[in-house]
Design a protein around this ligand. Structure first.
Ligand code: TZP
Ligand code: MG
Length: 211
């Protein structure tokens, strides 16, 4: 299952000297098991072009490409799925538009949101922010590894931890039993993206084998 791994989310403004495609390709070379386009600035035309490029790239590495927020963009490029926030497009309506074969993920912060997401047919939930994160403006309070474990224990769909996940805390996060981790800054700002992704994957595998 692709969620049992390293889900790399874009943040183009965090790497002004490298292209979006080169950063995401380095992540895929390093073993990313899914990629997401998250872009709060671009207009629809630019988003469609970026999404199309990343969908093609992801396909060449046989991993899913998910579009953040924009269901219309996901449909336009035949993305593998979408990721929505609590205040974004309703899950049930997203499912009607995308059909049963596309992946739909939703951000959750509480046990109630997680249970509701499962009932409404989400394929996975993002859970967080686990730690403090500088990549999102309106982040809610950190839930910590204990909060992460509590939410994860209440659902049976895959859970992806997000928010401030670094190489230094990845083992603690993985030990909660999450299916995977979603990472922005530790990867996209790394000088050695491939190596950083490889190390994340090793940590996730080591923790899983140990526990
Ligand atoms: N949702 C909750 S925290 C976050 C999102 C999109 C940002 C995660 O980025 P980083 O840099 O890995 O903390
Ligand atoms: Mg959103």
């Amino acid at each position: 299952m692709w969620t049992s791994g390293l889900y790399v989310i874009s943040a183009e403004k965090s790497h002004p000297h490298r292209s979006l495609s080169s950063v995401m390709e380095a992540a895929l070379k390093g073993g990313a098991t899914a990629i997401q386009l998250r872009d709060k600035e671009s207009g629809k035309q630019a988003l469609i072009e970026k999404a199309y490029a990343l969908q093609q790239l992801a396909r060449s590495y046989r991993v899913p490409f998910l579009m953040n927020d924009h269901i219309d963009v996901a449909l336009a490029v035949n993305a593998d799925g979408v990721h929505v926030g609590q205040g974004d497009f309703p899950l049930i309506e997203a499912r009607k538009l995308l059909g049963k074969d596309k992946v739909i993920g939703i951000s959750t912060h509480t046990i109630e949101e997680a249970i509701e997401a499962e009932q409404y047919g989400a394929d996975y939930i993002g859970v967080g922010p686990v730690f403090d994160s500088s990549s999102k403006d309106d982040t809610e309070k950190e839930i910590g590894v204990d909060g992460l474990k509590e939410i994860t224990d209440h659902v049976s769909i895959p859970t992806v931890a997000i928010g401030g996940i670094k190489l230094s805390n990845a083992a603690d996060v993985a030990a909660t039993g999450v299916s995977g981790v979603a990472v922005i800054s530790e990867i996209v700002t790394s000088d050695h993206i491939e190596d950083t992704c490889r190390r994340f994957t090793e940590i996730l595998t080591e923790t899983r084998e140990r526990d």
